[in-house]
Design a binder for this molecule. Structure first.
Ligand code: PMP
Length: 291
């Protein structure tokens, strides 16, 4: 975190370095909780209703009752943004199961903790982003939906972290995870798109991807800009044979991909990426006009 990071913790605003939760919070003991990553531009949270909706659905899926109403969460986020030192930034919103006995049973965790941290987040520095990300296809598979549904944005990201470690060891910027069938699911913290012969393709979320809010926006922008787009299962070959590839996410925003498993892509940043990136920037400018 930077020294500007601030935290909203169960109704109290304080410098992030002074915010703390009990060591027996099941969020820490077991990764028992849910979260969202939200960007704000010009002090306006981008696509906040979509993030709060996904948080709510993730919480319902793990039988976690968020102790705040949507209006209270919005007020908390707005208060945090108003108190932050800069106009643009990133918020990590978390709801943990709360403090409880050391055993994993959530039954005796009486009160969930709601935590929101505002800070800066850069997935890759600007130079690297302009040059394009170097990806690997990780040997770590995305968990199957009958283990942990990938639509649940839970505090447990260990298999994504293992994939990221593999990318680090390979000297790459990001790792793609396949599903149990060997088809492409998503990146460690982002969704993936390819372009082939002018057609924009991304795996359906049923292939093991989070229902990314940026992914949904990119599909909307493609439709609005006359770019043909399909959700369809993709294999590793489709990645290697793509004309363009890029990553999307709240943290990542839109990042072009230069190579996958050391196979350079012909177009980085390609023409489809550049159009979508422009439309993305325009959407942010239109929806986040400043306070
Ligand atoms: N997949 C995973 C696993 C993620 O953690 C994220 C980041 N939230 C994404 C995809 C992108 O989702 P979004 O565009 O909603 O940030």
């Amino acid at each position: 975190m930077t020294d500007r990071a601030i935290c909203w913790l169960n109704g109290q605003l304080l410098p992030a370095e002074r915010a703390g939760i009990p060591v027996n919070d099941h969020g820490l003991l077991y990764g028992d909780g849910v979260f969202e990553g939200i960007r704000f531009y010009k002090r306006r949270a981008f696509r906040l209703p979509q993030h709060l909706q996904r948080l709510q659905l993730s919480a319902r899926a793990i039988a976690l009752q968020i102790p705040l109403s949507a209006a209270e969460l919005i007020a908390a986020i707005e208060g945090l943004i108003a108190a932050f030192a800069e106009d643009d930034g990133y918020i990590r919103l978390m709801v943990t199961r709360g403090a409880g006995p050391l055993g994993l049973n959530p039954k005796s965790c009486a009160s969930p903790n709601v935590i929101a941290i505002a800070d800066q987040l850069t997935m890759m520095d600007i130079g690297q982003q302009q040059a394009g990300a170097r990806l690997i296809v990780s040997s770590v598979r995305r968990l199957p939906a009958d283990g942990l549904d990938p639509r649940i944005k839970s505090l447990n990201y260990l298999n994504h972290i293992l994939a990221k470690i593999e990318a680090n060891h390979a000297g790459a910027d990001e790792a793609l995870l396949l599903n149990g069938q060997g088809r492409v699911a998503e990146g460690s913290a982002d969704n993936v798109f390819i372009v082939r012969d002018g057609l924009l393709l991304t795996p359906p979320c049923s292939e093991g991807a989070l229902e990314g809010i940026t992914r949904e926006l990119v599909l909307e922008l493609a439709r609005a800009n006359g770019i043909e787009a399909n959700e369809q299962p993709l294999g590793v070959y489709d990645l290697y044979a793509a004309d363009e590839c890029f990553l999307t996410g709240t943290g990542a925003e839109l990042i072009p991909v230069a190579s996958i498993d050391c196979r350079p892509l012909p177009d980085c940043p390609g023409p489809t990426f550049r159009r979508l990136r422009q439309a993305f920037v325009e959407t942010i400018a239109a929806e986040c006009r400043g306070a």
